[in-house]
Design a protein around this ligand. Structure first.
Ligand code: XMP
Length: 384
């Protein structure tokens, strides 16, 4: 077995042997686990000769920039420059509806900004940065044969189309990839040792092109981005409150450029439709939609019947027998097996009902909430 402390020490030694004492290193932080853990590790090795950049592309989630910057700065003390490039990205995306075109534009803009960051740094330091840190993981590097000497025997299916990549061309940067022998769960373990906050390590994956693939069509339409942010935040917060965030692979909201008729107060409305998507998955290659938003809920006094959920059924809810403190006896006539219980499930329907009400009551411009009940295949996880 690998001991993560040893892996960390070895990696730090490798980094220190690779990077000369007057070399500088740059890193683009995405806000995800991999780049954050990679940067934190490199920072531990070489200190402030590491220079990170975080780009706000205008396609981030609700308060995301503030939240990740706080983790970078307050929790991890990483030297990070935050570049607000929202307007630059959004003006390039205006009128663009084709999903692959959106990805291309975003990738290109990103390289542009990263390039500018690297050149500015060069000016400041009076020398070119020599290395680039990337959070490449083991499944990204292997095809079917693991690198010799890696001690790895698994083979994994590769997904390559996703990484927003590309390097400043004239920089001739050498790569540092300290995670390239690790799987995702090992990166989390390493992150824990490096004191990356637990909630950060457990964040759902978020695509590089961000909300651009969650606002169908033109991302600059109306206040689509604002709407999808608010809806997403309500959905995710409710999922966290219900204690089921960690058992879901990804959950998010999608903005549909479609309006439907509704009635709010005594007003007829003609407003946007949003959809909610939550899936379970092992690796993102296939996925199932989440059918049960069940979770242990509030403490209620009552009686346990023999079909009541027990500890082994956490997150696989049995039928709604114990809701709202007035359990309909599922086995009519059978005596309760115990006279008190302290936990109930929040059942799917009531959870979704509450989320939907919260969204329509709080997000201006939305009067209809739908739920995506498709698995992958035939759908993909994202809508674009
Ligand atoms: P799909 O939608 O292809 O998604 O079923 C599988 C996983 O990949 C993520 N995804 C992306 N990640 N750039 C990324 O960095 C992308 O363009 C992209 N498209 C999808 C998606 O969120 C899911 O985790």
């Amino acid at each position: 077995g690998w001991k993560m402390e040893d892996v960390m020490d070895e990696e730090i030694e490798v980094i220190n042997n690779t990077v000369a004492p007057d070399d500088h290193v740059i890193c683009a932080l995405s806000g995800g686990v991999d780049s954050t853990v990679a940067a934190t590790l490199v920072h531990k090795a070489i200190g402030d000769r590491l220079h990170c950049v975080f780009v706000d592309n205008g396609l981030l989630r609700y308060k995301e920039r503030e939240r990740v910057m706080e983790t970078f700065e307050r929790d991890l003390h990483l030297p990070v420059t935050c570049v607000d490039a929202s307007e630059q990205f959004l003006s390039k995306l205006k009128g663009v509806v084709d999903p692959e075109m959106k990805r291309k534009i975003i990738g290109k803009e990103f390289i542009c900004i990263f390039d500018a960051f690297a050149h500015e740094l060069e000016q400041k330091l009076g020398k070119k940065p020599a290395f680039l840190v990337q959070g490449t993981l083991y499944p990204d590097v292997i095809e079917s044969c693991p690198p010799p000497g890696s001690g790895r025997t698994h083979s994994h299916t590769i997904k390559s189309h996703h990484n927003v990549g590309g390097l400043p061309k004239d920089m001739k940067l050498k790569l540092i990839e300290p995670l390239k022998l690790l799987f995702k769960d090992e990166v989390r373990q390493l992150g824990r040792i490096l004191k990356v906050p637990e909630p950060f390590l457990k964040r759902h994956p978020f695509p590089g092109p961000g909300l651009a693939v969650r606002v169908l069509g033109d991302v600059t339409e109306g206040n689509a981005l604002d709407i999808v942010r608010q809806v997403d935040e309500i959905f995710i917060q409710s999922i966290k409150d219900a204690g089921i965030y960690d058992s879901i692979w990804q959950a998010f909201a999608v903005f549909l450029p479609v309006k439907s008729v509704g009635v709010q107060g005594d007003q007829r409305t003609h407003s946007y439709v949003v959809t909610l998507r939550a899936v379970t998955s092992q690796d993102g290659m296939t996925a199932d939609w989440v059918e049960e938003f069940g979770a242990w809920g509030e403490v209620v006094e009552g009686e346990i019947y023999n079909t009541a959920p027990d500890d082994s059924s956490v997150l696989s809810p049995t039928p709604a027998t114990l809701l709202n403190g007035s359990p309909p006896c599922p086995n009519q006539g059978e005596p309760p097996i115990s006279t008190s219980y302290s936990t109930v499930y929040c059942f799917e329907n009531s959870f979704l009902k509450e989320v939907s009400q919260k969204i329509c009551n709080n997000v201006r411009g939305v009067n209809r909430v739908t739920l995506d009940i498709t698995s992958k295949p035939p759908s993909t996880i994202e809508w674009e």
